[in-house]
Design a protein around this ligand. Structure first.
Ligand SMILES: Cc1ncc(COP(=O)(O)O)c(C=O)c1O
Length: 363
C-alpha cells in the first residue's frame, strides 16, 4: 500500500535525533512552558521572518487566540473561504462572530479576491484567508482590501509552513498567522501543537496572556484566558524537524513536479498562485470521474483522499447561517470533484510513476 503519509520513513531518517530531543525534554522536567518552547518560538520566528511567535496547543487554538487577540468579538463578521477544514470557521464562531463565506478561485482553490469586496459590511472586522494545501492565497489583493476597509488579516497557515508569497513567508504578511503542527502537516509534531506569529507587540502580549489563563505573573490574572500551551516535548521535536523543513518542502515540490510530468494534462490540478511558492501539503487534482479513479487507485494499493467533501457553508454545523446549495458554486464543484494523491518528502520516483500510471489507465 502506498499511504498518503509515511511517518515510519521519517522515523527511519531522523528518528534517533527526535528520540534524543524527547529524552532531553523529559530529563529537563519542565513540561509546561519549558525551555524548549521558548527555543522553538525563537527559531520559528526567525525562520518565518516575524518578530514574535507564540506556541499554543493546536492549530485550531492558534486561529481562535489570534482572532481574539486582534479583537474579534460577538456581532463581528469575518470573511473567509468555505473550501477549508472546519477549524478555520469554528475559530470565528468561538469568538461569537459570524463567518462570511466567499467563493474560491477554481484554479488556486483559495479565496477569490475578486469577490471579497462584495461581502464587506459595516460589521466586517477581518479577513481570514487560508493558504490551502500549501498554496499561498493572493495576499497582495487581500492586504489592499484590508487597508482600504480598515480590516485586520489573520492568515490560516495550518497547511503552509515554509510557503512564501513575494518571497515573504506565509504568516508574516497579515496581522497574525496561525500554524498547526498536527502530525500530518509539513512541519508536524508527534501530537497536537500550534503557533501564532505576529509583528505587533500588542497582539503578542495579548497572546501570551490568552494562552495561559490570562496571566503574565503566576496567580495574577488580567483577563479570562485559556489553557492552550505548546508542550515542551512537542517543542523539542519541532526544533529538530524545523532544521529539515526546507529539505522536506523541496522534496514535496519535487513530487508535485513529477506528478505533473507523469500525469500530464489529462486532469486539472491545483495551480500555483502567481508570486506564491506552494509547499504542497497536498497534491490535489480535479476530475469528474472521481469515484472510478479512487476505486482504481485503491485496487492498485494506492491511498487517496477527499479534502474536503462538503464545503463549510453546507455543513450541518453552519446550518443557522442560512446558506444553501448553489450559493458558492466553485467551492461546491471542487468538493464534488477533488482527489488528493499521496505526497510526502519520502515518496520515491517509482512510486509516483506507479500512481500516475494507475491514474492514467483508470482515466
Ligand atoms: C486549514 C486548517 N486550519 C486549521 C486546522 C486546525 O489545526 P489543528 O488540527 O492543529 O487544530 C487545520 C488542520 O487540522 C487545517 O488544515
Amino acid at each position: 500500500m502506498i499511504p498518503m503519509l509515511d511517518i515510519k520513513r521519517e522515523l527511519n531518517d531522523i528518528g534517533d535525533e527526535i528520540k534524543k530531543a524527547v529524552d532531553s525534554s523529559i530529563n529537563g522536567t519542565m513540561f509546561i512552558l519549558g525551555p524548549n518552547v521558548k527555543k522553538f518560538e525563537e527559531e520559528a520566528a526567525k525562520y518565518l521572518g516575524c518578530k514574535f511567535a507564540v506556541g499554543v496547543a493546536s492549530g485550531t487554538d492558534a486561529l481562535h487566540l489570534a482572532l481574539k487577540a486582534i479583537g474579534i468579538k460577538e456581532g463581528d463578521e469575518v470573511i473567509t473561504t468555505p473550501f477549508t477544514f472546519i477549524a478555520t470557521a469554528e475559530a470565528i464562531r468561538y469568538c461569537g462572530a459570524t463567518p462570511v463565506f466567499v467563493d474560491v478561485d477554481p484554479d488556486t482553490f483559495n479565496i477569490d479576491v475578486n469577490l471579497i469586496e462584495t461581502k464587506i459590511t459595516n460589521k466586517t472586522k477581518a479577513i481570514l484567508p487560508v493558504h490551502l494545501f500549501g498554496n499561498p492565497a493572493n495576499m497582495d489583493e487581500i492586504i489592499v482590501f484590508a487597508k482600504k476597509h480598515n480590516l485586520k488579516v489573520v492568515e490560516d497557515c495550518a497547511q503552509s509552513f515554509g510557503a512564501t508569497y513575494n518571497g515573504k513567508q506565509t504568516g508574516s504578511i497579515g496581522d497574525a498567522g496561525a500554524f498547526s503542527f498536527f502530525p500530518s502537516k509539513n512541519l508536524g509534531c508527534y501530537g497536537d501543537g500550534g503557533l501564532v506569529t505576529t509583528n505587533d507587540e500588542n497582539i503578542y502580549n495579548t497572546l501570551i496572556a490568552l494562552r495561559n489563563h490570562g496571566s503574565y505573573k503566576r496567580y495574577y490574572h488580567e483577563i479570562i484566558g485559556f489553557n492552550s500551551r505548546l508542550d515542551d516535548i512537542q517543542a523539542a521535536i519541532l526544533s529538530v524537524k524545523l532544521k529539515y523543513i526546507d529539505r522536506f518542502n523541496k522534496e514535496r515540490r519535487n513530487v508535485a513536479n513529477l506528478y505533473r510530468k507523469y500525469i500530464g494534462e489529462i486532469v486539472k490540478y491545483q495551480k500555483e498562485t502567481e508570486n506564491g511558492l506552494n509547499v504542497y501539503h497536498q497534491y490535489t487534482i480535479v476530475t469528474e470521474k472521481r469515484n472510478d479513479i479512487m476505486k482504481a487507485l485503491s485496487e492498485g494499493g494506492i491511498a487517496s483522499a477527499i479534502y474536503y467533501p462538503v464545503p463549510l457553508h453546507l455543513q450541518k454545523a453552519f446550518e443557522d447561517l442560512g446558506y444553501k446549495k448553489g450559493d458558492l458554486p466553485v467551492a461546491e464543484y471542487l468538493a464534488e470533484n477533488v482527489i488528493s494523491l499521496p505526497i510526502n518528502p519520502y515518496l520515491e520516483d517509482e512510486e509516483i510513476l506507479v500512481i500516475a500510471n494507475t491514474l492514467k489507465t483508470a482515466f
